[in-house]
Design a protein around this ligand. Structure first.
Ligand code: BES
Ligand code: MN
Ligand code: ZN
Length: 498
């Protein structure tokens, strides 16, 4: 699909479908008014009668029948101008693109004047929203149902001011790059666990590294043993698939300190000996979403040529039951030297992360951000509208919050008070790997905090967000690719003063 900004005039522009964005309770802008006139006042009548209310996400399809060069005209609501966010524009773009694909259009033109937003931001939001909204995972479909909707081929953001075309196109390119990485992550997360094993993740990282000139290291089991990664190896011990430890470096920041991104990469979480119930277990193929998001974010950093040094660290393994699997009651010795008593083999994410965080500290990073589908408790605490955030550094947490608001991948902070640490005290080891049902998001983070040394640290629990059962305007059902855009924004803003 091609997205190209064009200077022009919708009354003269031939297209399969024109899209007009409208604010609620507002007179249509200059261009919408001209279109309305061409249609003999149809749009204002629709609004007046209440047949179309320009709420966020509302759409209404019309056929101008020769009164405009466009074959179709889609009205899309933006909600109230006073409540406008860039996320609403992304949603509107996603909604417009998917509705028009369903209608059978192959090329669409979006009128961008009158929205009232910086041209570059606008271009980015339009391309992100439409590309992400149109996402489908078809790799495993061999039967092409006749009714499958045809792909959109072109999207044309149209403006009457030729002066902003350049900036808008620049934004379009940024949005396309970011969406492409997000799509890559969605594809990885959607893939069956047999086709997204640790070896395949390592190969994928290699491919990205080659494409973007990144430095890549993949540690094998014997090297993990030498480094003393007993927690990662413990989790991996039940699996027939050898674990991998992926380290990917992007270095375009001169002598600046590294930013460390650490992602939980469990390619399938059966729960291990503390096996999960059968229902919904298949969704545990998404337990590598954190690691995939880290790869996506670093890919974006490279694509956008950010002046930073970034290291991505991915501990990659399955969590499986077998005769060789680690067991409840075992004590694992982590790379840091600290010991962890296992109460439940299903609390494996914090174990592999403990070694990965210790490894990340070798970089003496300016900040460590970890991202993980860590706890089911996160959806109990926050539902499916927020990423759980905990950490040790207020400034970086604030920056993450801002990145979340900007991208629509919102984060909400939970406390990490010292009293919570009582819950992970062990009688025989330095700590235990579960802290009971109460405050499950927090006690998981409490364990992680033991492995970040003195480095500023932000933890993101995406367990409730990596997979969606509910279709959203630019997020179809299934893998969401959550975290890619959030981390990318965090990186882009890293050194900006506010
Ligand atoms: N990968 C799961 C967390 C998860 C649950 C992600 C649901 C997405 C949806 C994690 O490894 C896990 O199993 N956590 C346990 C921890 C418990 C045993 C302390 C959980 O949340 O039940
Ligand atoms: Mn688990
Ligand atoms: Zn897990």
């Amino acid at each position: 699909m091609k997205i190209n900004v064009l200077a022009g005039n919708i009354e003269k522009h031939k297209t399969d479908a024109a899209v007009i964005l409208l604010y609620e309770n507002e007179k249509p802008g200059k261009i919408a008014e001209l279109v309305d006139m061409a249609l003999g006042g149809m749009i204002s009548r629709l609004i007046k009668k209440g047949d179309f209310r320009p709420k966020t996400g509302a759409v209404h399809l019309l056929y101008p029948e020769g009164r405009l060069p466009a074959v179709r005209l889609l009205l899309v609501g933006l909600g109230k101008r006073s409540e406008f966010t860039i996320n609403r524009l992304r949603q509107a773009a996603g909604k417009a693109a998917t509705s028009l694909r369903s209608a059978g259009a192959q090329g669409i033109t979006i009128v961008t004047d009158g929205i009232g937003l910086d041209a570059e931001e606008l271009g980015q939001a339009l391309s992100e929203g439409s590309v992400l909204g149109l996402y489908r995972f078809l790799k495993y479909k061999t039967i092409d149902e006749n009714d499958r909707e045809k792909d959109l081929l072109t999207i044309t953001p149209l403006t009457e001011s030729s002066g902003v075309v350049r900036d808008m196109q620049k934004g379009v390119k940024v949005g396309e790059a970011i969406a492409e990485s997000t799509v890559m992550v969605r594809d990885m997360v959607s893939s069956p666990p047999a086709d997204m094993t640790p070896a395949i993740i390592a190969a994928k990282a290699k491919e990205i590294a080659r494409q973007f000139g990144l430095k890549l290291q993949v540690l094998e089991k014997d090297q993990m043993q030498k480094l003393g990664m007993g927690a990662l190896l413990g989790v991996a011990s039940g699996s027939a698939q050898p674990p991998k430890f992926v380290i990917v470096e992007y270095r375009k920041g001169g002598t600046k300190p590294f930013i460390a991104l650490v992602g939980k990469t469990i390619t399938f979480d059966s729960g291990g000996i503390s096996i999960k119930p059968a229902e919904n277990m298949y969704k545990m193929k998404d337990d590598m979403s954190g690691g995939a998001a880290v790869l996506g974010a670093i890919r974006n950093a490279a694509a956008l040529k950010l002046p930073l040094n970034i290291v991505g660290v991915l501990p990659v393994t399955e969590n499986m039951p077998s005769g060789s699997a680690y067991k409840p009651g075992d004590v694992l010795r982590t790379m840091s030297g600290r010991t962890i008593e296992i109460l439940n083999t299903d609390a494996e994410g914090r174990l592999i992360l403990s070694d990965a965080l210790t490894y990340a500290c070798r970089y003496k990073p300016a900040v460590i951000v970890d991202i993980a589908t860590l706890t089911g408790a996160c959806s109990i605490a926050l539902g499916t509208e927020a990423i759980g955030m905990l950490g040790t550094d207020d400034r970086f947490k604030q920056q993450m919050r801002a990145a979340g608001d900007r991208t629509g991948e919102r984060v909400w902070e939970l406390p990490l008070w010292e009293e919570y640490y009582e819950q992970i005290k062990s009688d025989i080891a330095d700590m235990k790997n579960t802290g009971g049902r109460a405050g499950g998001v927090i006690t998981a983070a409490a364990l992680l905090s033991k492995f970040v040394q003195k480095y500023p640290w932000v933890h993101l629990d995406i367990a409730a967000m990596a997979w969606t059962e509910k279709e959203r305007p630019y997020t179809p059902k299934g893998a969401t690719g959550i975290g890619v855009r959030l981390l990318t924004q965090f990186l882009r803003d890293f050194e900006k003063k506010k």
